[in-house]
Write a protein that binds this ligand. Structure first.
Ligand code: SF4
Ligand code: SF4
Length: 446
């Protein structure tokens, strides 16, 4: 059945007023989370802390306060990094509170403006729900970059005609890959020796599909090298995390249903993601669609089978590569932990295990490796000042490791580190752990 034909109603956890009250009551105001919260650490204001934000949410749930513009601004000042979730001894479900609070902020209309509505409509509904259109735009951007038009645009300083925020961001626009995931990965690939131990699906993402399609290829290669038959549907849709984190839970559910329709779940042992932010959200499909009479059961199965690639490889006892990657100097390497991998999914040991298995690689631990780099979805676009403070802090710690390679497993962090290094004149490369593993496997044959 096409998901678009279903008639779905709003869910109980779409608003703070209808959210299960015990979720808000869980906070015991102990304050353990405060020192781990990057926004509190920068401002030392209670309202910019997890405890302060939860107090605001509770005031709205109790009807003591309306969802004002100040409330909405505060919810969008939160990074959604989930460091507070890790720190909390009371098990506060901050991800659910955060997403419900942003949905409440949107429903209140407190931030409404014609310009904002237009941008949100174009991006969230117009673009991220249409993978073909997104790819066409990616292709156009690629041509813009490789035909010299981008250089001309910059030489003529045409960016001065762009809105202020876009003007600031233009120099950081990522390089588009010459080939997208469906051009690099066949819909079904089998291990070279034809010995299939597992059948897995691979998620190629939306933006990841054309900015980091090479990482998707590396992911498939690493899985093939470990006896997986890999199923990669050529046209996939956004996982919906962008919608969910920006107060559009119904749109997030719609995208989740489409993803469920893209994979033959019953035939697969696991659904693999290599992007921390997507993975954290993809694993929540079971909760997101719990009330859905058509998709609920499948969504629960999806959540059970959805695995981060590092998590899956360690679970199946991945094969340690026998050779060092060719042409890469890996003796000065450090690891930045994406928030949605370490805090969102509690995956910290597995990427390190994979990295340490690579011959010639020396991992130097990074101080505050779990501290947000300031990427946080589109936070770097909407809150550039705080985002810059956080990347500067991150770069200082990277400096002390003298790393020439920084690894991270999330496209947002990857770009944030890459752009931060470029702007602040650092020379390290940024890589995904799985790209290094795949390069090591390839080196075995060389
Ligand atoms: S998600 Fe991050 S920024 Fe937001 S309250 Fe928690 S620790 Fe602070
Ligand atoms: S650590 Fe948990 S219980 Fe304590 S104040 Fe923070 S959110 Fe509330």
């Amino acid at each position: 059945m096409s998901s678009a034909t279903n008639n779905h109603t709003a869910h109980s956890h779409d608003s703070l007023k209808t959210l299960e009250y015990s979720t808000i009551q869980q906070c015991i105001h102990c304050g353990f989370c405060l020192p781990t919260c990057p926004t509190w650490d920068e401002t030392r204001q209670e309202r910019n802390s997890p405890r302060g934000r939860i107090a605001l949410m509770r005031a709205i749930a109790d009807g003591r306060m309306n969802a004002t513009k100040e409330f909405a601004d505060e919810m969008y000042f939160c990074l959604g990094c989930l460091a507070c979730k890790t720190a909390c001894p009371s098990g506060v479900d901050y991800p659910q509170l955060f997403e419900t609070a942003r949905a409440t902020a949107e429903q209140s209309g407190a931030l409404k403006s014609t310009r904002r509505d237009l941008i949100r409509g174009l991006l969230l509904r117009g673009l991220f729900t249409r993978p073909r259109l997104l790819r066409a735009i990616g292709r156009a951007l690629y041509l813009f970059q490789v035909t010299g038009l981008q250089d001309l645009f910059r030489r003529l300083r045409l960016s001065r005609f762009l809105p202020a925020k876009l003007r600031q961001l233009e120099p950081q626009s990522p390089a588009i890959q010459p080939k997208f995931s469906h051009q690099l990965i066949r819909p079904v690939e089998r291990p070279a020796d034809n010995q299939v131990k597992y059948r897995v699906g691979v998620l190629t993402g939306c933006v990841q599909d054309f900015i980091f399609s090479d990482i998707n290829r590396d992911t498939v290669d690493a899985l093939l090298a470990n006896g997986c038959e890999v199923h990669t549907p050529p046209l996939q849709t956004c996982c919906g995390s962008l919608s969910s984190h920006n107060g559009e839970p119904e749109l997030a559910r719609e995208l989740a249903r489409r993803n469920l329709d893209s994979f033959d779940l019953a035939k697969l042992d696991a659904i693999i993601t290599n992007a921390a932010g997507c993975g954290s959200h993809l694993k929540s499909y079971g909760v997101l669609l719990a009330d859905d009479p058509v998709y609920g059961e499948r969504a629960a199965e999806w959540s059970r089978k959805c695995k981060d690639v590092h998590e899956f490889l360690v679970e199946i006892g991945f094969r340690a590569p026998k050779a060092a990657p060719v042409g890469l100097q890996l003796d000065k390497l450090t690891y930045h932990e994406a928030c949605h991998l370490c805090h969102g999914q509690k995956i910290t040991i597995q990427p390190r295990k994979i990295l340490k298995s690579i011959p010639g690689l020396k991992l130097t631990e990074l101080t505050e490796s779990t501290w947000c780099c300031g990427s946080a979805g589109i936070y770097n676009i909407v809150q550039p000042e705080m985002s810059q403070k956080l990347i500067t802090r991150k770069l200082k710690h990277i400096d002390t490791t003298e790393a020439t390679v920084v690894v991270t497993a999330n496209p947002g962090c990857h770009l944030q580190l890459f752009n931060g290094a470029k702007l602040q004149k650092r020379t390290f490369q940024v890589r995904h752990p799985i790209s290094l593993l795949a390069a090591a496997y390839r080196a075995e044959g060389s």
